[in-house]
Ligand binder design. Structure first.
Ligand SMILES: Cc1cc2nc3c(=O)[nH]c(=O)nc-3n(C[C@H](O)[C@H](O)[C@H](O)COP(=O)(O)OP(=O)(O)OC[C@H]3O[C@@H](n4cnc5c(N)ncnc54)[C@H](O)[C@@H]3O)c2cc1C
Length: 401
């Protein structure tokens, strides 16, 4: 973000987090993960940023006319010279390459896979549905009154995870900028729908969200009172019920089409990986594209796509697995799950830091001036190899050691 000149604006909407509290249903704290060590070690605190505000900043920096709004992709036709998409509004758009960044239920992926399946090129596992793990309902409150909701306007926020005792629900509360609070509840019994209908969409309508609110409104919250108070302070359009799903696809590209983000790797939410990994995909692919020269031959594009998948596949696969493990640890019920959570949330900070160190990466856009590392950990630039044309590697990630 700093390379793109966006850091200051993003810091204005970012809320630093000091810790994550693990609470019992009666709100007593049974463990706490300190987050403040990140500042010295990696140069920044951990922050929560609202997605819509983040997207607004990105969009405001795009040159006028670069984004074509209202183009909902239905079909993709790929040829030797280029790729075409047909959109719901009847428009046909043409380009040298198509990057499918259209989320977990990607239309680009579905088109690509249909084509590959007809040619018998698609691995069987890629045809299988996303793995459903549970339901979740999420909400973002309006600005709250700090005299009623203690701590919401503090410079540093504390996140809370409240584990149900006799209920299967786990409640998450995270403060965000503008004295607002993100709340969410995960659990297997949140749906009133029956059968496979649930698996058709990843997001439900407003009516379903309202029915779900009735199921969870009596959960106690760390501010005192119940979740009903936060629901009352949340506009209906800011409440969403979603399916929590995961899947790591094996096929990321074919012809002139490539997939990034949740189109090719879907993480369970709340582990803080999805957006991060999607951004890293974009950085990797952008670096590789920057090396390409006109006339953008099919074979050059294929080499770039292959290099992208080779570089990003191991990290995203590991992230899908670790996200699943974290979600399982947080959401499981029973005494052994309780014990595991207590152990993890009471680890000494140096052990926590050592494990976070392993996941820290500092990817850079190779064609922009590098930025200063603000952390105390020394930077090691990891060269991941050269492409087959012998060009200088576009795949160097700076990894904190
Ligand atoms: C409750 C919750 C909390 C989360 N918290 C975190 C977190 O703390 N940290 C983190 O890193 N990640 C988090 N995530 C995950 C993160 O939001 C996603 O991983 C990330 O948004 C994925 O980015 P994406 O660009 O791949 O897909 P998306 O963000 O889903 O974007 C896809 C875009 O494509 C558009 N689109 C879809 N279909 C079409 C079509 N046919 N034609 C044209 N456009 C189309 C959509 O409108 C959308 O704008 C969270 C997710 C949830 C649900």
């Amino acid at each position: 973000m700093e390379q793109l000149g966006l850091l200051d604006e993003i810091m204005e909407i970012a809320k630093p987090i000091s810790c994550v509290n693990l609470r019992k249903h009666n709100m007593s704290v049974v463990g706490k993960l300190d987050c403040t060590f990140a500042k010295d070690r990696y140069g920044f605190y951990s922050y929560i940023v609202q997605r819509t505000e983040f997207c607004q900043i990105l969009i405001s920096k795009m040159r006028h006319g670069r984004i074509l709004w209202g183009r909902y992709v239905l079909d993709v036709v790929s040829g030797d010279a280029g790729v075409q998409v047909r959109c719901a509004n009847g428009h046909i758009e043409q380009a040298s390459v198509l990057v499918g960044a259209d989320g977990a239920h990607s239309a680009v992926r579905q088109n690509l896979y249909r084509n590959l399946n007809e040619k018998a090129f698609l691995p069987k596992s890629d045809m299988e549905e996303l793995k459903f793990t549970q339901n979740a309902i999420i909400g973002l409150t309006n600005s709250l009154n700090p005299s009623q909701y203690q701590g919401v306007s503090d410079e540093f926020g504390e996140c809370d995870i409240v584990i149900g005792k006799d209920s299967p629900y786990t409640l998450w509360i995270s403060p965000t900028s503008g004295d607002k609070v993100n709340w969410s509840v995960t659990g297997p019994l949140l749906t009133n729908n029956a059968g496979d209908e649930n698996f058709m969409v990843s997001q439900f309508g407003q009516e379903e969200a309202e029915r779900t609110c009735l199921l969870i409104k009596d959960l106690k919250i760390p501010f005192g009172g119940t979740l009903a108070d936060l629901i009352k302070n949340t506009s209906r359009e800011c409440i969403t019920k979603i399916l929590v799903e995961e899947k790591h696809y094996k096929t990321w590209h074919y012809g002139r089409t490539v997939l990034i983000g949740e189109a090719c790797h879907k993480f369970v939410s709340f582990s803080g990986q999805g957006a991060e990994q999607a951004i890293m995909d974009a950085i990797c692919l952008t670096n590789l594209f920057h090396e390409l020269e006109a006339p953008y031959t099919h074979s050059d594009i294929r080499l770039a796509f292959e290099a992208y998948q080779e570089e990003r596949m191991p990290a995203t696969k590991a992230a899908v697995q670790s996200s699943g493990q974290v979600a399982n640890m947080i959401n499981s019920q029973g005494w052994s799950a309780d014990l595991k959570r207590r152990l993890v949330f009471n680890l000494p900070t140096w052990i926590q830091a050592a494990s976070v160190d392993k996941t820290q990466v500092r990817p850079l856009l190779n064609f922009l001036p590098a930025i200063r590392d603000r952390g105390t950990r020394s930077l090691k630039s990891m060269k991941l190899g050269e492409d087959e044309r012998g060009h200088r590697s576009t795949r160097s990630l700076s990894i904190k050691s």
